[in-house]
Design a protein around this ligand. Structure first.
Ligand code: IVH
Length: 784
């Protein structure tokens, strides 16, 4: 085969795969195979540049930037649609159609001739026109004012599901198709995340993102955006295609143009309404945003008969859904205090209906968000309520800012308890250096003396996944706190029958039930108890890790941040939150009271074996974050000098035996500071106290059941995180590797396992599924 033939074959194959993927929604080859063919074509074209044609699938990368868009006149004007908002509007439309077509209208029994309609979603993007001559895409244009648009040919060529060349045969020599260019919800999220990462502009909604991406003078930028096209009609055509709208679209689909999967027939207006309701219910679940549905009289002859009124067809209508975005005014910004004391700004809005629900508040998250949006009190803002998401303030309409608009100030005093409000700090430790920067969050320092924090703390404490105290709702918690009956979670255990029965909504039976539930909660597992304490950043998973690894409340309370970072999934930030929480005298007092009230923690026990095995002296040195001393340097130090005392005491000459000049100097500098010496000794003392034995530094693997073995984890595990699985394996002495080879002892394969599992099977290795793995762990006394 000549290069030319191979190129042609590759193009045909890639086009076919594209068609299966984008138009039929049935991928015909795995992505990797597609990429392989694509790269082969790219390489061949690079070798033979004279064989590159504009319709090659490689030509979707965008070209040179333009100075301006050229104007393009639409041979057939691009019209807009009349709108229906209520069912009555649609019935009225149906009557006009029946009358216009001179059909007998529905009689009292509802038996009129029914008009055949097509139903399609109304995609929320931008209308474009694509011109194909002899099956080749030659031009793309925006709608513009309907008569004149802009030439965006280089941009539309970058859209993956726009065919550069039509499939099959029999297309009109001139074929102008029309449709919507849009960005899916997932594409929008991805795009905004990528924009935010590089500090670029984020978009308020998928429609704006699509508009901003399509109207780029630099088509390379367009090429990098997740634009999609969906075809809903034709403009100028040099010969008729079909007799009905739906048949036209089906024919376009056969020629390779993407049409909506939701395209349906409806016999009469009532079936149209059923379609509207059905799509409305599925609106949130659709992959893209729609702002309504479009109904069109299906017969093209009937369309001609009905004709146009002004710039709208009499044969089509858009039945709109309630808008997701509305304009309203920020009446005030108030501050709410949450469980951990975070003071959150909330916008009080002039009430407005958004997607059928009246919205009068929207969270502004934190002061950084207020600065980003530049919200002032008195501003008109765009708010948005998509799906079940809480309403968001998307944008300020600056042109409408009144002269007396006020900037938002963070209060110095907590609006609930009057305590001081402090800005949180972000502490980063790296390479022996600590940098402190200002966080976006402000906190009330009042803790449980602040009624807002106390209420939230109690609500969290009694919640199902925490202490699971049934029969007490938010209202009763508020009452208990407001009446001064409860000042800390420990006071729950002092409540009397008389106090409870006096609460609103409580009678004798419910009071007794609540008191019983409170009593029954006194035997929690250690993990539940830790979670119930409401330590900032400590969710259920982290609570479980703490309980399982350290085994006792006393150890969790005492653990130094550096020691906590030995545990799976606990970073230094969270470790500091945990440590600070337990250092706080007020929190200490609450815990003492809780224990004194008769709390019996259920599964306190030994330190987990894998934790003991995961600590080494070299690991400790590495955790100190001494500049230029990584894990390898730390190991060399330990190998040469043997103990922490020796390392602290070492002079430059001793250190140079283990390390090169720079890190040796860094170690000496570091330990010159008595605080650093003290810290290192405290960590060591604590690890030893918790059951570590460095003297047996080498014991890490030797003597453990999986010593010398290499294991591989692949696929997703459902009952534990991969990190935890890895820790268990390492705790048993195994090495956990990322790839399968003949040296692998065993592969743990969860659902979705791919090439690693295939390779393991090819090599005849031992493979365990998750259940078998859990049984295996059980055999080694590790329970989940
Ligand atoms: S038909 C003469 N069908 O809605 C009929 N339009 O308000 C022209 N749109 O500019 C349009 N989905 O951008 C039609 N399935 C659909 C549509 C649709 C979205 C947009 C299009 C048009 C606007 C009309």
């Amino acid at each position: 085969m000549t290069a030319e033939e191979r190129i042609s074959k590759l193009r045909t194959d890639l086009d076919k795969h594209n068609y299966s993927y984008y138009v039929l929604d049935e991928p015909s080859v795995p992505d990797a195979e597609y990429d392989r063919l694509f790269n082969e074509l790219k390489a061949l074209e690079a070798e033979h540049p004279h064989l590159v044609t504009p319709d090659s699938p490689t030509q979707r990368v965008g070209g040179a930037a333009l100075a301006a868009f050229q104007q393009i006149r639409h041979e057939v004007p691009m019209l807009s649609l009349g709108n229906a908002f209520e069912e009555a509007d649609l019935r009225e439309f149906g009557r006009r159609v029946t009358e216009g077509l001179d059909l007998p209208s529905a009689d009292l029994l509802g038996e009129g001739a029914s008009v055949d309609y097509s139903c399609e979603p109304k995609l929320d993007g931008l209308a474009v026109s694509l011109l194909y001559r002899d099956g080749q895409l030659v031009q793309g244009a925006t709608r513009g004012d309907g008569s004149t648009g802009e030439d965006i040919s280089s941009n539309v060529r970058t859209i993956r599901n726009v065919p550069l060349k039509l499939h099959g045969r029999g297309w009109p020599q001139v074929l102008e198709v029309r449709g919507e260019v849009f960005i899916s919800k997932a594409g929008f999220e991805r795009l905004n995340a990528a924009q935010a990462e590089v500090g670029g502009k984020t978009f308020a909604n998928p429609r704006n993102a699509a508009a901003g991406s399509l109207r780029q003078l630099d088509s390379k930028i367009t090429a990098s955006r997740p634009l999609e096209f969906c075809c809903y009609g034709v403009g100028q055509i040099s010969k008729p295609i079909a007799l009905s709208h739906i048949d036209t679209l089906q024919q376009l689909k056969a020629w390779g143009l993407p049409i909506s999967r939701e395209l349906r027939h409806a016999a009469g207006v009532e079936e149209c309404l059923a379609y509207y309701r059905d799509i409305g219910e599925r609106r949130n679940a659709l992959a893209y945003e729609i702002d309504g549905v479009v109904f069109k009289v299906n017969s093209l002859a009937s369309q001609r008969e009905l004709g146009f009124r002004a710039r709208e067809p009499r044969w089509a209508i858009a039945h709109k859904f309630p808008a997701l975005e509305e304009l309203t005014e920020v009446l005030d910004v108030e501050f709410q205090v949450g469980r951990t004391g975070a003071v959150t700004p909330v916008a009080r809005l002039r009430p407005v209906k958004v997607a059928g629900v009246t919205v009068s508040n929207a969270t502004l998250h934190n002061m950084d968000e207020i600065a980003r949006l530049d919200v002032h009190i008195g501003d008109t803002v765009i708010i948005r309520r998509a799906g079940d998401v809480i309403p968001q303030v998307m944008q300020v309409v600056l042109e409408r800012r009144p002269d007396d608009a006020r900037a938002v100030q963070i209060p110095h005093q907590c609006p609930v308890c009057g305590s001081h409000v402090e800005r949180t700090q972000l502490v980063k430790r790296s390479k022996g250096r600590t940098t402190i920067s200002e966080g976006a969050v402000y906190r009330c320092v009042g803790r449980l003396s602040c009624a807002a924090q106390l209420k939230q703390a109690i609500i969290h404490y009694v919640s199902r996944r925490a202490m699971d105290i049934d029969g007490i709702g938010e209202k009763s918690v508020e009452q208990l706190v407001d009446e001064g009956l409860i000042r800390s979670p420990a006071d729950l255990y002092q409540l009397t029958f008389d106090q409870v029965v006096a609460l609103e909504g409580f009678a004798e039976v419910s009071s007794n039930k609540l008191l019983e539930a409170i009593k029954a909660s006194q035997k929690p597992t250690l993990a539940r108890f830790i979670y119930a304490l409401g330590i900032p950043d400590v969710g259920e998973e982290t609570a479980k890790v703490l309980a399982r690894s350290l085994g006792s409340l006393a150890r969790v309370q005492a653990a130094l941040p550096q020691v906590l970072t030995y545990l799976p999934d606990i970073g230094l930030e969270v470790a500091h939150e945990i440590h600070n929480f337990f250092q706080d005298p007020h929190n200490q007092q609450v815990i003492e009271q809780l224990l004194a009230s008769g709390m019996q923690l259920q599964d306190e026990g030994e330190l987990a074996a894998e934790f003991a095995a995961s600590t080494t002296l070299a690991g400790l040195i590495a955790k100190l974050d001494i500049a230029s001393v990584g894990p390898t340097g730390a190991e060399k130090l330990v190998a040469k000098l043997g103990s922490l005392d020796a390392i602290i005491a070492a002079d430059g000459i001793d250190l140079r035996q283990a390390l090169s000049a720079k890190p040796a100097e860094a170690v000496r500098e570091f330990f010159k500071d008595p605080e650093h010496q003290q810290l290192a000794r405290a960590i060591e003392a604590q690890l030893l106290d918790f059951g570590m034995h460095w003297s047996s530094e080498k014991k890490t693997a030797a003597g453990l059941p999986l010593a010398g073995q290499t294991w591989v984890l692949t696929g997703s595990l459902e009952r534990m995180s991969r990190d935890i699985a890895k820790d268990h394996l390492e705790g048993l002495g195994a090495k956990v590797a990322g790839s399968v080879s003949s040296k692998t002892h065993c592969v743990v394969a969860g659902p979705g396992a791919g090439s690693k599992l295939t390779k393991a099977n090819e090599l005849g290795l031992k493979v365990l599924d998750e259940d078998a793995f859990i049984t295996f762990l059980g055999e080694h006394s590790i329970t989940l």
